[in-house]
Design a protein around this ligand. Structure first.
Ligand code: BTN
Length: 237
């Protein structure tokens, strides 16, 4: 099996492109673009990125056997992105559960999974590569690989390495999920930190203990240890 690649100068969103065309596109199609006019982030946020300075792409997965393991896709995606960033920068990355990528306490990459199981899944990844200024409204200013190492990165080489890594990891999920779990434990941004979280529509705070075998985050407070499978975890300190 081989993957396919598409590239466009402009798309509304690489995720939307694959969602709109998943029926006619082949399994394991990667689509990237220089600029997204309606880039999407998690929780209905927008993802903005200067044209041609960043890596913006999505991967379409239709293979049913692989989709059966979709609960590991956030972990595998974050692991793949983290490894390639570390290879190109020599900097240690941290993963903020479930799959935000941080360097030096600043977000450098985000991952948005969408789809309709069991028909298809889209893994969308945005990495701030060579962008030098972030002018939008941010609660906390993001960073880019350039800002961390003061050197431009060849986006095409970086992209090819990451495509291959993701492809290999997804095809051999049984092997790579264990490696990715270990990697997560060693790169856990939230470990032991005080966080706010929402559970059954109620807001709580607690301390992060790590993750369980199903990639739920474990948060402890007075009422016990909570296994949280989705949602926003807010760092309190
Ligand atoms: C997040 O951290 O909120 C997730 C951001 C995901 C952004 C990427 S950029 C490529 C792909 N297309 C989109 O519209 N979003 C994802």
């Amino acid at each position: 099996m081989k993957y396919k690649v598409l590239h466009f100068p402009i798309l509304n969103s690489t995720n939307s492109y694959l969602k709109d065309n998943y029926k006619s596109l082949e399994d394991f199609t990667f689509v990237s673009c220089d600029y997204q006019s309606s880039g999407k982030g998690r929780n209905d946020r927008v993802w903005t990125a200067n044209s041609g300075e960043n890596l913006l792409f999505s991967l379409l997965i239709k293979n049913k056997e692989i989709i059966e393991n979709y609960r590991y896709f956030p972990l595998i995606s974050a692991f793949s992105v983290g490894e390639i960033i570390e290879k190109y920068t020599g900097k240690k990355v941290e993963i903020k559960w479930p799959n935000d990528i941080y360097i030096n306490d600043k977000k450098v990459a985000g991952i948005l999974l969408e789809g309709s199981i069991p028909d298809y899944v889209v893994i969308g990844i945005g990495i701030n590569v060579n962008q030098k200024k972030f002018l939008g409204e941010y609660r906390k200013e993001p960073t880019s690989l350039f800002l961390e190492i003061n050197k431009e990165i060849d986006i095409n080489n970086f992209k090819q390495d990451l495509y291959l890594k993701l492809f290999e990891c997804l095809l051999s999920l049984n092997i790579y999920k264990d490696i990715a779990f270990k990697y997560f434990h060693e790169h856990d941004y939230l470990l032991s930190k005080e966080v706010g979280f929402v559970f059954n529509n109620v807001s709580y705070r607690g301390t992060v203990l790590g993750i369980d075998d199903d990639f739920n985050i474990l948060i402890e407070n007075d009422s016990g240890v909570h296994h949280i499978s989705s949602g926003e975890i807010e760092l309190l300190k």
